[in-house]
Design a protein around this ligand. Structure first.
Ligand code: ADP
Ligand code: BMX
Length: 504
């Protein structure tokens, strides 16, 4: 009859925090009646005093238990035969006891027998499947997952749904209990085969529920951590302190192109030494490919990184905080994605020492070597790497070849002054980028293509690229934007990734 009443049901455990403000009969009875009025089929009540008080107020099924802290046994739930008798006299219908295989005053067999002798049903609070096997052999009526996670080691956060499923293979009379806090967890327990589900703290421990909400809010209200963010490119290194997307301080210096990963890291450490102690995490965005924290060049002409370097591990040692390393253009893609109010998907491209790229698709940053457009082959140039003719160094080399020894910035100035040799160089670069943008649109169809990098952000350059796109007249016109974060896109992106990736 009781097993029938407690089938497919919710049981509410009304156990106040011992010594807490609600630890008194009127509150326990109040919680019990409130739970029953809202559809609970049964109650779990601790102590003979509270069982008697609740029994006086309702005929609903009560699982009774007594908790004790013993000096000579870790068993806490109904350890003694006298406890069984006290609970039976107080009016419990089902008597729960610890059924774990530990040093204990009364055996599981003796307790099960005492419950039977008192004319009540028994519930074995188990920590594992072996506990349940023994308890069922001793003739208990219900097995519960109550003790899972409480017999050694750190206490888990989530309920042991797996144990519920395993218990169901032994008997249909399975009660899921322990750490069930959410509707989804209760449903998962039911799906796993529990014939009823006990929810306690989440309903009747105001102190616990309050603390959960308090902690959740503290996480949000706490000041965002400060991150050391580094963008290491083929020409320059930028290092900043970033907090919640705001750049607090920045330093920029040239990349020693004859250096090595150790030397670049040492230079960064040196340049940021005065920030030590101010940041809680660090992120390094680097030119080149990053996989599992290891760094290597895709094109040594952009930066000569020899072999594969354990960047995350080494930087963690040097900076003394957790470090996340990501490709520079991918980090910039993420920075631009986070900075846009509509959070629309994008492809980012940096036209700089090399030609890098990053893709955010369906709100996720694509990792691995995705976005390395500069490494694609240019069929109109005998299969040369695209970036070998679409980057700052090519502009400088081309100017040199034509007899003008000047840097890309000066080439742009000359082009805007109308000097034909420079106009030709800029038109060539703009045309190649325009064709690449059209191809990317066909391949990925992003909502926008965001352009950054020293060359990409040169005044007037994007308008030239747009004009070249119009001249192509593509079947789908890409939406081009300049990086809203300018040269700081990578810095802002890697600062965010440094925090979110560490959480994984
Ligand atoms: P990195 O490649 O280190 O990330 P940048 O994004 O600054 O660095 O790109 C460096 C390349 O961009 C160099 O070839 C540099 O000459 C060129 N560049 C920098 N500023 C300008 C500018 N204002 N106009 C044109 N080219 C520029
Ligand atoms: C190169 C490649 C990319 C990088 C891009 C832009 C290397 C060393 N780098 O295509 O990984 O994203 O250059 O880098 O292989 P930057 O130095 O021009 O900013």
């Amino acid at each position: 009859m009781l097993t029938h009443l407690l089938k497919n049901a919710l049981i509410v455990s009304c156990q106040p925090v011992p010594g807490g403000a609600m630890d008194d009969s009127p509150y326990v009875v109040g919680f019990a009646l409130a739970a029953l009025s809202a559809g609970a089929a049964g109650l779990r009540i601790e102590s003979a005093r509270y069982v008697a008080a609740v029994r006086a107020a309702t005929d609903a099924p009560i699982i009774g238990l007594i908790k004790r802290d013993l000096d000579d046994s870790p068993v806490r739930i109904t350890p003694f035969i006298e406890d069984v008798n006290d609970l039976a006299r107080a009016g419990a219908d089902i008597i729960a006891f610890d059924a774990t295989d530990r040093v204990r005053p009364a055996t599981v067999e003796a307790l099960a027998e005492a419950v039977r002798a008192a004319g009540k049903l028994s519930m074995a609070d188990c920590s594992c499947i072996e506990d349940a096997r023994r308890a069922l052999a001793a003739g208990v009526n219900f097995v519960g997952s109550t003790m899972s996670g409480y017999t050694g080691g750190p206490e888990p956060v989530d309920p042991d749904i797996e144990l519920v499923g395993a218990l169901r293979k032994l008997t249909p009379n399975v009660i899921a209990e322990g750490r069930i806090r959410t509707l989804e967890q209760a449903q998962a327990a039911a799906r796993a085969g529990a014939s009823c589900v006990v929810v306690g703290s989440a309903i009747t421990r105001t102190e616990h529920v309050t603390a959960w909400f308090r902690d959740a809010l503290d996480e949000i209200y706490a000041p965002a951590p400060v991150v050391l963010a580094v963008d290491l490119g083929g020409t320059k290194i930028m290092a900043s302190l970033v907090q919640a997307g705001e750049v607090l301080d920045t330093t920029v210096f040239a990349t020693d192109r004859d250096g090595s990963p150790e030397r670049w890291l040492a230079a960064i450490e040196d340049a940021t030494a005065h920030w030590k102690g101010r940041y809680a995490a660090a992120g390094i965005a680097v030119t080149g490919a990053v996989r599992d924290g290891n760094w290597r060049a895709m094109n040594k002409a952009t930066l000569g990184i020899a072999g594969e370097f354990p960047l995350e591990a080494r930087a963690t040692e040097l900076f003394g905080v957790p470090v996340v390393a990501v490709n520079d253009a991918q980090a910039a893609a993420w920075g631009e994605f986070k900075a846009a109010p509509d959070r629309s998907d994008l492809v980012f491209m940096t036209v700089s020492t090399g030609l890098g790229g990053g893709i955010v698709s369906q709100g996720r940053l694509m990792r691995g070597i995705s976005g390395h457009f500069g490494q694609m082959r240019d069929p109109s140039a005998d299969g040369a790497l695209l970036e070998s003719r679409l980057s700052g160094p090519w502009i400088a080399a081309e100017a040199q070849r034509l007899g003008y020894g000047c840097d890309p910035k000066e080439v742009f100035s000359a082009a805007y002054a109308g000097e034909p040799w420079a106009v030709g160089i800029v038109a060539g670069v703009a045309g190649r980028l325009a064709r690449l943008c059209c191809d990317i649109q066909l391949a990925i169809d992003p909502a926008r293509i965001v352009i950054g990098g020293g060359v990409g952000l040169a005044a007037g350059f994007l308008d030239r690229v747009r004009a070249e796109i119009s001249a192509i007249g593509p079947s789908a016109v890409p939406e081009l934007q300049a990086a809203t974060l300018g040269p700081k896109a990578g810095i802002v992106g890697i600062a965010d990734l440094a925090l979110t990736h560490n959480k994984k």
